[in-house]
Write a protein that binds this ligand. Structure first.
Ligand SMILES: [Zn+2]
Length: 157
């Protein structure tokens, strides 16, 4: 669960497409389908939990969107490009709440405040694309590797 109260004003923005805002809302509530949440939902059904972005750590909402190496590099790019300083937030909600562009003009602050929505969406799309590619390559590897094994899964028809 988020470590702080729900950041309504920074989540529900009129500028991004609704599907992006909806995704950010779900992410802050930890309601997006990550492997850690799927393991909790399917008790007794064990499967490996590995982040497809870094392939090193286990996957969770806050890992994918905040702490994963890929995510962290993106956040640092923006922070360092505009010479802000920061301490990496604990959660997706904390990141949204701490994302202030105080040194910008009013318009600049508005643009700056939309960066988390764009980055969260990009990271999620990239994460899903990598899972899709990984699944496809596993399926094709499985097919070519099991051709001589009659009676294996997938050879029923
Ligand atoms: Zn990762």
């Amino acid at each position: 669960m988020p470590s702080s109260s729900f950041p309504v004003k920074v989540v529900w923005r009129p500028e991004p497409p609704f599907k992006v805002t909806f995704f950010v809302w779900a992410a802050v509530l930890h309601k997006i389908p990550t492997l850690d949440s799927l393991q909790l939902q399917r008790r007794g059904f064990q499967f490996p939990n590995r982040c497809e972005l870094c392939r090193r750590n286990s996957e969770s909402t806050d890992h994918i969107l905040v702490h994963c190496d890929m995510a962290y590099k993106v956040w640092c790019f923006f922070i360092e490009s505009f010479q802000f300083s920061w301490t990496c937030p604990c959660t997706t909600g904390d990141l949204l709440q701490s994302w202030h562009g105080l040194k910008f003009s009013k318009e600049g602050r508005k643009l700056w405040s939309l960066i988390p929505h764009a980055v969260f969406w990009m990271l999620w799309k990239t994460h899903n694309e990598l899972i899709f590619r990984s699944t496809l390559s596993n399926q094709s590897a499985g097919r070519s590797g099991n051709e001589s094994e009659s009676g294996s899964v997938g050879a029923a028809d």
